[in-house]
Design a protein around this ligand. Structure first.
Ligand SMILES: O=C(O)CCC(=O)C(=O)O
Length: 299
């Protein structure tokens, strides 16, 4: 949520702009359970083991057999990989978890998670986050701090269903090792998350974020960062980014959306306000905090 303490975050949280959406492009990006070759930017860095093989062209984790993956349809409703270009891509599974199980998880989380609605600081000004949140993390990880707020890290052990869901995500993306989780609860269409990228340094250079949704269906937007917001890219490439590109996914109950490659570097995402969204939605974003030691990155 780095951008919550930037202009992007400020505008995103307060004005929550959303405009036109472009349709999907050709496939590319993260792969799923059915992919034969297991590759992963993070996986490769931290697990240089022999079974990790495959082309480097697709930045990011892959699924176990990408043969089964079909491109998403125009509404972003289908299973598949959406190539955002320049090494960024998104994988979306509308029915990752069953309908019934997803409601079980929803009710469990709604009741048992110690929700808070913290005050964050935008340009030094206090601002109440427009949704309920909770942070879960493995022991010993570097602390997460965003917008002047340091969330308490709760233990996975206190929430067995979260460990169960994490296991399903790891099965779908072999080579993934998520170790932390930000949970959001949007009580109504008034709750939202503004434009931001999850590009905090503690997630490393190409963070892979797996996002699971329960309850009310909401729109999830992606748009290219403006020139000034795109880092680590030569000016020749930045010049081409004048035109803002947008993508939209309708995040269904039980769905999984994975952002991989350069997505956090080059794109912003948001879940805008929606007057018609009358019921609650709970969202889990699994992340991996990288630990640096003097010799190598640790799990
Ligand atoms: O609710 C969502 O789908 C997105 C949440 C998100 O962007 C975040 O937690 O950083």
């Amino acid at each position: 949520m780095k951008s919550e303490n930037t202009v992007v975050g400020l505008i995103g949280e307060m004005l929550n702009p959303v405009s036109e959406i472009t349709g999907p492009k050709a496939n590319a990006g993260l792969k799923l359970k059915s992919e034969n070759a297991v590759v992963g930017s993070i996986g490769e860095m931290l697990n240089p083991v022999s079974e990790i093989t495959g082309p480097k062209a697709n930045a990011g984790l892959k699924l176990k057999s990408e043969n089964a993956v079909v491109g998403p349809n125009a509404n972003g409703d289908g299973d598949g990989v959406r190539d955002l270009g320049n090494g960024s891509s998104v994988v979306y599974f509308p029915r990752f978890l069953s309908y019934e199980k997803s409601w079980e998880y929803f009710h469990y989380l709604d009741k048992h998670i110690p929700w808070t609605r913290p005050t964050i600081y935008v340009f030094g000004k206090p601002f109440v986050q427009p949704r309920d949140v909770c942070y879960i993390a493995s022991k010993g990880l570097k602390e997460l701090i965003y917008s002047g707020h340091k969330p308490d890290a709760h233990s996975w052990d206190d929430y067995p269903p979260l460990k169960e869901i994490l296991e399903e995500v790891h099965k779908a993306f072999p080579g993934s090792h998520f170790n932390s989780l930000l949970i959001n609860r949007y009580n109504s269409g008034n709750d939202y998350v503004g434009w931001h990228a999850d590009d905090e340094k503690l997630y490393g250079p190409n963070p892979e974020i797996a996002s699971i949704s329960f309850g009310c269906e909401r729109d999830f937007f992606l748009k290219t960062k403006s020139q000034g917001e795109v880092v680590r890219e030569p000016p020749s490439k930045r010049a081409k980014k004048n035109k803002v590109e947008k993508h939209c996914f309708k995040l269904k109950h039980g769905s999984l959306l994975l952002m991989r490659g350069n997505t956090q570097r080059d794109w912003l995402h948001s879940v805008p306000k929606r007057a018609k969204a009358e019921s609650a939605r709970i969202n889990l974003t699994f992340r991996r905090v990288m630990q640096m030691s003097s010799r190598r990155l640790l799990l």
